[in-house]
Design a protein around this ligand. Structure first.
Ligand code: G3H
Length: 194
């Protein structure tokens, strides 16, 4: 069995400000996580010469993976965070205040709700299909450094969680979820690094 390691990027400047979307860099805490992650990965995958690191095309995942050395890195646009369209860069408070109808619609059906000029969770799930096919095909371990919405969808696929739960799955920062696919099914371990 070979592991797939899933992790969100280290805390970003926008996480600190409560803003969604964007392409901000990571905070000091995020930088610390990036170092701890590198340490963990280098130990965990010490003898796995064919392993590789996948990130999105957004700075916060690229920066989080940057201290990891010794493994090839691939950027996938399909791993980018859910596109919040006209709400990109806003806080949830601002959306609630300035676009109350949008806020309500999302609350009522987070799975299907599509941000104006952006995406829904269903859209994200669909665009992840090639990533999942490639993850299934890989024989070596893969470390996926991505984003909350995207990781909810990937995790649900491997952990066999129902579609309707996906937008609500807990996906904490600074935590690695290790998925092992063996003959007896999927096993999961979590490492909370900070
Ligand atoms: O910026 C987007 C968030 O990471 C996704 O969270 O779907 O719970 O709003 P949410």
């Amino acid at each position: 069995p070979r592991p797939i390691l899933l992790t969100r990027h280290g805390e970003s400047r926008d996480n600190v400000r409560g803003r969604i979307g964007g392409d901000s860099v990571i905070s000091d805490a995020g930088e610390l996580y990036a170092k701890k992650l590198a340490n963990f990965v280098e130990k965990r995958l010490k003898n796995e010469r064919a392993a590789c690191i996948w990130t999105s095309t957004l700075q916060r995942t690229i920066l989080t993976a940057s201290p990891i050395v010794g493994f090839p890195k691939i950027q996938w646009r399909a791993l980018d965070e859910i596109n919040a369209g006209v709400c990109d860069g806003m806080t949830y408070e601002e959306i609630k205040k300035n676009m109350p109808d949008e806020y309500e619609s999302r609350k009522n059906d987070k799975l299907r709700y599509r941000y104006p000029r952006g995406e829904s969770y269903l859209d994200v799930i669909q665009r992840l299909e090639p990533v999942i096919i490639e993850l299934e095909r890989q024989r070596a371990p893969v470390v996926v450094v991505a984003h909350q919405a995207v990781l909810r969808a990937l995790y649900a696929y491997f952990a066999d969680r129902p579609l309707k739960e996906i937008p609500h799955i807990e996906m904490p920062l600074h935590t690695i979820i290790e998925i092992q696919m063996g003959v007896t099914g999927v096993q999961e371990k979590r490492y909370k690094l900070m």
